[in-house]
Design a protein around this ligand. Sequence first.
Ligand SMILES: Cc1cc2nc3c(=O)[nH]c(=O)nc-3n(C[C@H](O)[C@H](O)[C@H](O)COP(=O)(O)OP(=O)(O)OC[C@H]3O[C@@H](n4cnc5c(N)ncnc54)[C@H](O)[C@@H]3O)c2cc1C
Length: 387
Amino acid sequence: MHTYDSDDLTAIREGVRALCAEFDASYWRKIDEQKGFPEAFVKAMTDAGWLSAMIPEQFGGSGLGLAEASVILEEVNACGGNSGTVHGQMYNMFTLLRHGSEEQKRHYLPKLASGELRLQSMGVTEPTTGTDTTKIKTTAVRQGDKYLINGQKVWISRVQHSDLMILLARTTPLAEVKKKSEGMSIFLVDLREAIGNGLTVQPIANMVNHETNELFFDNLELPASSLIGEEGKGFRYILDGLNAERTLIAAECIGDGRWFIEKASAYARDRVVFGRPIGQNQGVQFPIAQAHIEIEAADLMRWRACAEYDSGQNAGASANMAKYLAAKASWEAANACLQTHGGFGFACEYDVERKFRETRLYQVAPISTNLILSYVAEHLLELPRSF
Ligand SMILES: Cc1cc2nc3c(=O)[nH]c(=O)nc-3n(C[C@H](O)[C@H](O)[C@H](O)COP(=O)(O)OP(=O)(O)OC[C@H]3O[C@@H](n4cnc5c(N)ncnc54)[C@H](O)[C@@H]3O)c2cc1C
């Protein structure tokens, strides 16, 4: 049992571990080699109800909190899998849950809970504006009972394995709003109808086996009913979901960190060079011990974030700090693990190089480390805003 676990959380860990045991290292290695998508794993996670953990029971989910959801994703990574293939469903559902109309919730949430539909994608980032989200150039113009979408997005993940996507677009030009965060709206795009009818998807080859794409919108027509919440408030809605998302990412990094530490320790105990296990050398032990300390410290901040979020408090500071600490700690653990394995760290069959690539992503996406530092400087330390 981990420091903050209850019997319920332990049962969740055991349940997810049992499912993950059916998708072992060779499964993930093959998917990675083929640059494939782990369809069978995603289906098994959906069928077992793990991905609908946070959907209220009235809509067919389990109505669990962030703490439980975070344990689910943590365990996927701690077992050697890649939670990046499923986490979108957990994050993106928040937006619908919190800001969707009753009709949208009644229509979509039961289908998301049963797995009939997937909401794995969120389109925010654009090639020319990057982190400066309020400058996005994708527009949504109302025409009668439709919106006309034009523009471009980049790095939009799992579009080819999702039925729906949350899209952020500008509905009022920047020049006409009082605050730059106003005038953007979010839409629920039915990808099955949009692709080929105004939406073009261009896959981006990248370092991780992460299905991610450039999107081109050319007069894509969306029914006005696809607007989520009020027009013009989309940026606030997106921000609303971020504390949960950052806490979940922190848990995923903690899962990665635990995998690296276990793998490094096992190898260091077994591998004999100069007539003794390499783990007998403090030069080998200490980086692993250090990684363990840092993962455990990050875990405490993750539980603080979960407790604040689940009790309805503002979890902004803890969620950001947990994500910062965990992404850094998992990367240090990855480095220690690779170094411990020497040359074998580079051999695909040991899985270290794959997990090394996967965990590195989390210092850049979904929010880069610098932007967290800037949040802490501005909001916690009252330093002047830098941008
Ligand atoms: C594999 C992958 C999957 C992704 N999936 C999605 C997705 O599904 N949906 C989506 O919308 N986006 C997605 N993203 C995009 C991701 O959220 C962005 O890459 C990330 O937020 C950084 O934005 P950027 O790449 O435009 O970097 P930029 O904004 O160009 O920044 C580049 C670097 O400069 C730093 N920087 C920029 N401004 C400042 C500043 N003022 N002070 C200090 N440092 C600064 C940043 O921290 C960063 O390190 C994904 C990205 C990747 C790589």
